[in-house]
Structure formats: structure tokens, C-alpha cells
Design a protein around this ligand. Structure first.
Ligand SMILES: Cc1cc2nc3c(=O)[nH]c(=O)nc-3n(C[C@H](O)[C@H](O)[C@H](O)COP(=O)(O)OP(=O)(O)OC[C@H]3O[C@@H](n4cnc5c(N)ncnc54)[C@H](O)[C@@H]3O)c2cc1C
Length: 381
């Protein structure tokens, strides 16, 4: 093991959460190192998402962060000129039973059957009374967004270390964290836990109680249009079959990406698609459409990790100096990453938050891990 490397902050996890907070911390003037276990960044959940910006989806906390992220996604900070967003309308198909309860985001439009069949001609007619067209959704270039953060971090002197699995985290009596990763020792007064599905494992390594994170597996199946006569997936919207039955969208050139919207609890792992979930995906697509699937071209699964109340966990571990939680982004961690990264970095570096956060009205401080430590707080009083 070489000489100890010292930083103002150590960020564990090279997905979108770790990369974004590391970039904003470096922008606030801190020296930062980002430690990632895998040989490439964004290998786990971040590289496996449906890549959508859906500001009216998820709990209020994520809708708040989604709204606050819009400016960054439309025009990224950090001197970057890349295009992150591209147009992707969403339609949610509803049958009679769900027509009154389906979400209708602001500026959404109701489509009758002829209008939605015009956009998705291979749906079976006569099944749905209509569809909600959400015009405020967009596709995200996740790789480009992640690269904006990583480049910003590096441009500000930050370090990115891959093949660096954190295996030991010790708090020295001086309140400095000693971290071992990939055969190297690091020291910092601040450790940021952005390890996604492994968030509780990182806490345990540091001698801190887990908060009960629940990783949930979601499956994606990809089929190519060349197996269907005369079907073209170009310009297809993102289609959701309510309630939580199926979604699909155009993917790459001439391909369709389909998910059965599964959420099967899992241990933290390199998630793989399950044969039964893939079969269910195919059966549901054939149920709602005239397509007959002869071949699955590609598939994957990813873990969407939730806290027990469904909100993200962003804040300092109470009673332990310098341990910061940034986990539990569930199915919303990509599109909210600009605002969550900025918010988390401000708590860590004490930088002032942009006015938009203060005027927003959402109680962001309620997302702190304090809410899972009530027993110990009661015990203290
Ligand atoms: C199928 C699917 C569809 C989705 N669709 C969307 C969508 O449309 N829009 C959206 O915003 N979100 C979506 N999400 C959710 C989004 O992908 C996640 O919220 C986000 O990627 C979580 O990022 P993360 O950085 O927390 O986790 P991860 O990307 O998993 O990163 C955590 C990292 O920590 C590393 N790590 C763990 N332990 C250690 C250790 N001991 N040492 C070093 N490194 C360690 C891991 O290797 C991993 O790279 C979707 C997710 C899935 C699975």
C-alpha cells in the first residue's frame, strides 16, 4: 500500500449520484476523490436506466428535484455544450376502470383511441378508452450527463479511481476517516456514501447501522423491428400501459425497449434478468399489441434502490462526524441528479443553495437520515 492520499472529501460510488455530488463539491473548492469498485464508471444502475426526464413522476421530493434539475439538463453548467435532452413524448394508456384515477400532469392532453392508434399503430384496438399525452417528458443522454460531471470533477483537480473497491472504513480518534480501496489508503474528514444498492453495506463497513435500503430489480427486454413485417419503431413515444402493466419505447435504431415494470426485492448485486420476468414481458406486449415476438435481441436488469418511505436519503449521519448519505434515489436518480448533486454538495461544503431551492417550498431537510434514527434520538433525550 502506497502513501496515504488525503482529500477534503471521499465519494464512494461512481454512478450518477457519486459523479454529480463529486463535481459540485469540486466546484465548491473541495479536493475530492471518487472511488468506484468496477473497472468502469456507471456500470450498475446508472448504465441500465430507461433514460427519461419525467418531472411529474415519483414522490413529491423527486418532483421537486426534477423541476429544479430542468435548467441544468437543458443547458448544463460546468462550461459544457453537450445536448443532454431530446424530445420523447409519453402516452399513458388507460382502460375504463382507470380513466378517472390516472395522473394528468400539467399541460398534458387527452387522446382518444384514433389519436393514440395513429401514434402507436400496433396496439390492439378496443382495449383502452384513451391516453394521457405528457409533453414535458424528454429522453436523457445518460452517458453525456455522467461525462459532464466526471469532466467537471477532473477539470477542478478531482481524482477518479476505478477498480477501487472500498473494503475498510475506520474513524480515527482525530475524526478523520481512513478508507482502504483497491490496495490504496485514503484519508478525509468527509465520506460520502453514494454506493446505490450497496449503501447499507458501506454504512456497515463504517460501523454505522444500516437504514434499511431495498434494492428492487427491474427488467428490460429489447426486440428488433426486422422480425415484424412492416413495423417501424421510429418516432414512437414512450408508452405506459396503466396501471403499472408494461412500458415500451423506441431504442436505438429499429429496436423496441420493453419493461414489465417489475420491482422484485433483491440483495445488492450485479442484477441479471430473470427468465420468468422476460417471458412475462413478451406475454404482456403480445397481450396489448398485434406484435408476435419471435426473438429477444438483448435484455438487462438493474436495481432501483429505495428507502422504506420511498424518499431519497440525503444528509449527515447523526452523532457520527463526517459520514454523509446520498442514497435511495429509486427510479428517479438520473433526471434528479443535477439538483440532488447541488443540494447534497451544499450541505457538505456549506455553500449557499441557489434561491430556487429556498423558494420552492419542499422541506428538503426532511430527507436527512435523522428520520430513520428516531429511536436513538429519543434515547438521547
Ligand atoms: C430499468 C431502470 C429504469 C430506470 N429508469 C430511469 C429513468 O428513466 N430516469 C431516471 O432518472 N432514473 C431511472 N432509473 C433509476 C436510476 O437509474 C437510478 O436512480 C440511478 O442510476 C442511481 O444512481 P446511483 O449512482 O445511486 O447508483 P449506481 O449507478 O448503482 O452507482 C453506485 C456505484 O457504487 C459502487 N459501489 C458499491 N459498493 C462499492 C464499494 N464498496 N466500493 C466502491 N464502489 C462501490 C457500485 O459499483 C456502483 O457503480 C432507472 C433504473 C432502472 C434499473
Amino acid at each position: 500500500m502506497g502513501a496515504v492520499k488525503k482529500f477534503d472529501a471521499i465519494v464512494i460510488g461512481g454512478g450518477i449520484a457519486g459523479a454529480s455530488v463529486a463535481a459540485f463539491l469540486a466546484d465548491d473548492g473541495l479536493s475530492v476523490t471518487l472511488l468506484e469498485r468496477e473497472s468502469s464508471l456507471a456500470y450498475h444502475t446508472t448504465g441500465r436506466s430507461a433514460a427519461l426526464f419525467t418531472p411529474y413522476y415519483g414522490p413529491d421530493s423527486m418532483r421537486a428535484f426534477g423541476g429544479l434539475s430542468r435548467n441544468f439538463l437543458e443547458s448544463p453548467e460546468f462550461d459544457s455544450e453537450v445536448e443532454i435532452l431530446s424530445e420523447r413524448k409519453t402516452i399513458s394508456l388507460v382502460d375504463k376502470a382507470n380513466s378517472m384515477t390516472v395522473d394528468r400532469p400539467p399541460k398534458s392532453v387527452w387522446l382518444d383511441e384514433s389519436e393514440f392508434l395513429n401514434r402507436v399503430p400496433f396496439l390492439k384496438p378496443g382495449r383502452y378508452v384513451g391516453a394521457v399525452l405528457d409533453t414535458q417528458v424528454a429522453s436523457i443522454d445518460v452517458h453525456a450527463l455522467h461525462s459532464v460531471y466526471v469532466q467537471a470533477l477532473k477539470n477542478r483537480g478531482g481524482k477518479v479511481v476505478t477498480d477501487a473497491e472500498v473494503t475498510k472504513i475506520t474513524l480515527a480518534p482525530s475524526d478523520i476517516w481512513e478508507v482502504e480501496a483497491g490496495g490504496q489508503r485514503y484519508e478525509s474528514a468527509i465520506v460520502v456514501n453514494a454506493a446505490g444498492a450497496w449503501g447499507d453495506e458501506i454504512a456497515k463497513l463504517a460501523g454505522i447501522s444500516p437504514i434499511g435500503l431495498i434494492p428492487k430489480r427491474r427488467t428490460i427486454v429489447v426486440v428488433s423491428s426486422d422480425q415484424f413485417d412492416g413495423i417501424n419503431f421510429d418516432d414512437l413515444p414512450f408508452v405506459i400501459v396503466e396501471p403499472d402493466y408494461l412500458y415500451f419505447q423506441q431504442f436505438g435504431v429499429g429496436q423496441l425497449m420493453i419493461s414489465p415494470i417489475d420491482q422484485t426485492p433483491s440483495v445488492p448485486c450485479d442484477a441479471q434478468p430473470d427468465e420468468v420476468d422476460m417471458a412475462v414481458t413478451v406475454a404482456r406486449l403480445e397481450d396489448v399489441s398485434t406484435l408476435k415476438i419471435k426473438r429477444i435481441d438483448h435484455s438487462w436488469a438493474g436495481l432501483r434502490t429505495f428507502s422504506s418511505d420511498g424518499d431519497p436519503v440525503i444528509g449527515w449521519e447523526p452523532e457520527v462526524p463526517g459520514f454523509f448519505w446520498l442514497v435511495g434515489q429509486g427510479g428517479y436518480g438520473v433526471f434528479t441528479s443535477p439538483a440532488i448533486g447541488r443540494y447534497a454538495a451544499s450541505l457538505i461544503s456549506s455553500a449557499e443553495l441557489p434561491y430556487a431551492y429556498k423558494s420552492h417550498g419542499f422541506p428538503f431537510e426532511s430527507l436527512s437520515p435523522d428520520r430513520f434514527r428516531l429511536d436513538s434520538l429519543v434515547g438521547f433525550s
